[in-house]
Design a protein around this ligand. Sequence first.
Ligand SMILES: Cc1cc2nc3c(=O)[nH]c(=O)nc-3n(C[C@H](O)[C@H](O)[C@H](O)COP(=O)(O)O)c2cc1C
Length: 213
Amino acid sequence: MNFTQDDADKLLKIIKARRDVRGNRFIPKPIENEKLQMILEAGISAPSVGYSQPWKFVVITDTNIKNELAQNFEQENAKAKEIFQTRELYKNLKLEGIKEAPINIAVLYEPTEQEVLGMTSMKKMGEYSVVCAVQNMWLMARALNIGIGWVSILDEKKVLESLQTKRDTQLIAYLCVGYVDKFYEESELKTLGWKSKKLLEESVVYQTSSTLG
Ligand SMILES: Cc1cc2nc3c(=O)[nH]c(=O)nc-3n(C[C@H](O)[C@H](O)[C@H](O)COP(=O)(O)O)c2cc1C
C-alpha cells in the first residue's frame, strides 16, 4: 500500500493535535463500542520486541474500581505536592480524569518466561513495546475526536491489587478515555507555564563525520 503526501500531512496533523486530557475537559458522553474497538485494535497493532505482544488491556467502567483508583491517585498526589511545594502552581494542577472519563484502560505488561528475540541484551524492551501500544491508542483516539489522559501518579502495587492481575504483571499506563468539550491547541502544562516547548534543534543532533573529533 502506498500512501499519498496528503495521508502523511493528515498523520502529522493528528500527531500534533494529540493532547493529554484531564478531568476538566471530559464530558459524560458514552464511547461507541466500534470506536473503543478501533482504539484497542490500534493498540494491538503496535510493534513489539520479537513480536512478543506482551500487553494486556483492562477496560474499566466499574465505579467502585474507579473510586479506588481515584483514592490511590489522591494519596500519591498528596506526596507529590510536598515534593513540588516550592512551585505553588503544582497544587492547582488537574492531573487526572479517573472519575470524569467514562472509560479507564489499564495497559499492562505481562512478561513471558521464554527468552524473547531482541530482548537478550536490553531487558526493558518488553515494557517499551507496551508503550508503543499506548501511543498508537492515543493517536487513534485523537483521530476519532476522543481524548486520552495518562495517569502515572499512582501506587503501582495497589493498582495491580485493585485489578487482581497475575504475578509479575507491571502497570505501564493508566489511561482515562472519553469525549471532550474541547482539545487544547498546545500542552496544558506549557500554557499554564509549568514547562516550555523544546525546539527541534534542541532535540536533534546530526552526527556526521565532520562533527566527530
Ligand atoms: C509516561 C507519561 C506519563 C504521564 N503522566 C501524567 C500524569 O500522571 N498526569 C498528567 O496530568 N499528565 C501525565 N502525562 C501527560 C503529560 O503531562 C503530557 O503529555 C505533556 O504535558 C505534553 O502535553 P500533551 O500530551 O497535551 O501534548 C503523562 C505523559 C506521559 C508520556
